[in-house]
Design a protein around this ligand. Structure first.
Ligand SMILES: Cc1ncc(COP(=O)(O)O)c(C=O)c1O
Length: 425
């Protein structure tokens, strides 16, 4: 498909057909596709200072202002910000910072990094070593050494028969602690987690999960890195997923919603403690030898700053809470549908996991490509979303109204019913 223009929450293909972008592009265009304030902010910045970098103790004023703004809205304790250009770069930066910090603190053996099955943390060599989706690792000789995996926190798929959410969380926490002890706590540096697993299937944490995980990380002096690339900037009904789930990360990665997708920019926020270690070793070595030519690009920073102004002026968090309630109600109504095993989500994130048998949770044969077939049907009716296998993922622009949400789920309902009526399943 080739797209030529956009308006609000819709994109238009080269034949002029319009589609609601039910995934906000790639989980990022929260302010829709025609926000003139963002475009004007870019234009103004192009005229004032179209390029500068963030090396040698220098930066554009707008980049410094954005850093201050990120610190203002970030969870407590995150006081320093580093800019890059993509989520993957932010993740690789966070990994390198963790390693550098442990070297600074005289713990050169404490380097292993843990992530979770079905995690998505990008596709660079280290990021894809944290990402735990087979398609991003197989054939690439990944993961590289020192990357460890624990279980996905998806209760519907991975809980034992009759196991409550709390019991499931306790089992996963025990598994994490057992892995840390088996590897040796002195060798484990960090645990990376998306507050809600995104590309892996929109999987909100089960009850009690992070409350049990965080003390274990503290106990063994393991840094907690929250990957807010999808959850950040109001998506879950708070500014960050960390606010929604009570996370106290040592480092936090952001991208996508930072600039509402209009410019490539990402960030890592860190605590004074982690920053202090990095700064000390950096001074010893002459500088912190890491950074990107376009990191903190002034035009991207100006657009990101304006996006933050718009989120604030329009109380986008309040809006997501209001329309998110309707979104979750409409989504969860599908739990009774014959094809749906689980309807789950939070805020303006939602997934419908399709199953062949609701009782056994058996999946449809992959060759049926049911998720893709449903996308074909919704596409014909003017809705784009993302199928992950037979799980339908929805993450509409944050500016959707209730009528848009009704349109999205009316189209999804019509497509699911058409599949039921057809003889293909
Ligand atoms: C949670 C998460 N982390 C990292 C990334 C990587 O971001 P990028 O594609 O900008 O490299 C993504 C991308 O979808 C993501 O969802």
């Amino acid at each position: 498909m080739v797209f030529t223009r956009a308006e609000g929450i819709r994109v238009f293909d080269e034949n002029g057909k319009g589609y609601i972008e039910g995934l906000a592009g790639l989980w990022c265009a929260g302010l829709g596709f025609s926000e003139t304030r963002l475009i004007e902010a870019a234009n103004r910045q192009f005229l004032e200072l179209p390029y500068y970098h963030t090396f040698f103790g220098r930066a554009a004023n707008v980049t410094a202002r954005l850093a201050d703004r990120v610190v203002d809205i970030a969870p407590e304790g995150l006081t320093r910000v580093f800019f890059a250009c993509s989520g993957s770069e932010a993740i690789d930066t966070a990994i390198k910072m963790v390693w550098y910090y442990n070297n600074a603190r005289g713990r050169p053996g404490k380097k292993k990094i843990i992530s979770r099955r079905n995690a998505y943390h990008g596709v660079t060599v280290a990021g894809a070593s944290l990402t735990r989706l087979p398609v991003n690792q197989e054939g690439f000789d990944l993961p590289i050494a020192r990357f460890l995996q624990v279980e996905c926190p998806h209760h519907y798929r991975f809980a034992k028969d009759g196991e409550s959410e709390k019991a499931f969380s306790a089992r996963l926490a025990a598994e994490l602690e057992a892995l840390i002890l088996a590897e040796g706590p002195d060798t484990v540096a960090a645990f990376f987690a998306e507050p809600v697993q995104g590309a892996g299937g929109i999987i909100p944490p089960p009850r009690g999960y992070f409350d049990l995980i965080q003390p274990i990380l503290k106990k063994y002096d393991i840094l907690f890195v929250a990957d807010e690339v999808i959850c950040g900037f109001a998506r879950t009904g708070n500014m960050f997923g960390s606010d929604t789930y009570g996370l106290k990360p040592d480092l936090m990665t952001m991208a996508k919603g930072l600039s509402a997708g209009y410019q490539p920019i990402s960030a890592v926020a860190l605590t004074e403690e982690v920053f202090g270690g990095i700064a000390e070793l950096g001074d010893e070595k002459g500088s912190f030898g890491h950074g990107f030519t376009y990191g903190g690009h002034p035009v991207a920073a100006a657009v990101a700053l304006e996006a933050q102004n718009l989120y604030h002026e329009r109380d986008i968090v309040g809006h997501v809470r209001r329309v998110g309630a309707h979104f979750q109600n409409r989504l969860r109504d599908f739990a009774d549908h014959d094809l749906v095993g689980e309807a789950r989500g939070v805020g303006l994130l939602g997934a419908l996991e399709l199953v062949a048998d609701k009782k056994t949770k058996a999946k449809f044969p992959p060759e049926l490509a049911l998720g893709q077939r449903i996308l074909d049907l919704t596409q014909a009716r003017g809705l784009l979303f993302r199928p992950a296998g037979d799980t339908l993922l929805f993450c509409p622009p944050l500016i959707v109204e209730e009528a848009d949400i009704d349109e999205i789920f009316d189209i999804v309902g019509a497509a699911l019913d058409e599949i039921l009526r057809s003889k293909i399943i």
